[in-house]
Design a binder for this molecule. Sequence first.
Ligand code: IPM
Ligand code: MN
Length: 353
Amino acid sequence: MKRREYKIAVIPGDGTGPEVIAEALKVMKAASGKFGFKYTEEIFDYGGERYIKTGKTIDDKELENLKKFSAILLGAIGHPDVKPGILEQGILLKTRFGLDQYINLRPVRLYDSRFCPLRDKKPQDVDFVVVRENSEGLYKGMGEFQKKGTKDEVAIQISYNTRKGVERCLRYAFEFTRKRGRRKKLTLCGKTNVLTYAWDLWQRTFDELKKEYADITTDYAHVDATTMWFVKNPEWFDVIVTDNMFGDIITDLGAMIQGGMGIAAGGNINPNGVSMFEPIGGSAPKYTGKHVINPLAAICAAGMMLDTLGEAAAAKAIEDSVIKVSTTDLKSLAAGKMGYSTEEVGDLVARNI
Ligand code: IPM
Ligand code: MN
């Protein structure tokens, strides 16, 4: 029998990160009591505060150490007193790349029509998952300046796509679509009409792989059209697979149609290694310490983590509880408008497990 004991690395991070992580851990504890799995938590202080004190983001030894864990739960990285890019590159992206978390999985699910800015859309209309490639593309950081600082300056930013990287992402998406078993439809979201190198490779690999997945309906949409469909016909989608940059952009829009950053969670997944789960909303400095931030996204991230660890029943109970609390108790999903404090929302969800 599988040993249901996990070692969780917790990185509360900056801003409201620690507040929402505290609630996620509260709910994890309730779920472990109910479903009988065990875990230990180790807290790491990576983030803006430590960077300001020590100049350190995350070093190779620390990254190596994270490989000993079953999974990582991350609050938020980003500090108003640190120049944009340093913490994002030095902690978040370094961990995604260093642990080869090559999938960024972002479910977009509306729990209550009240939370949706789209007129007449119901929960069954907004229920899809974005599989974002998480290790290549424009995020690879390749490029150069030419004649920097002159009037003839050129800045080149390269989208780097390998056959192996594209194929492993697409294969994950096909398998995920099959396992999800909802409408068994996979949409490739790209830009084949303009980005004719990268998207030629993606399209060719997609067309090859789909022969192995006869049970999956496939489709293609340009990224600009995809944003249009998100607003007009979100019910069109089941699973969407796309590259790193497009995935980053469309999932912010996805978060909005599911009710905002207060509810949107994601997983940085290495199917053969250590994955990292996070609310996608960021550190929200203006709400820090005010007890008003919505912890549901962090709680959903913990639920996704448990699902990935094989605790499907606990994950389902967490999601069901989040649905119940958000549809019957909360006035809104927005910070300061929930009708409850951060801690009270965590209590409500924990109590319903
Ligand atoms: C996200 C974020 C990050 C990204 C930033 C903070 C580097 O926007 O997780 O979507 O661009 O991937
Ligand atoms: Mn983003």
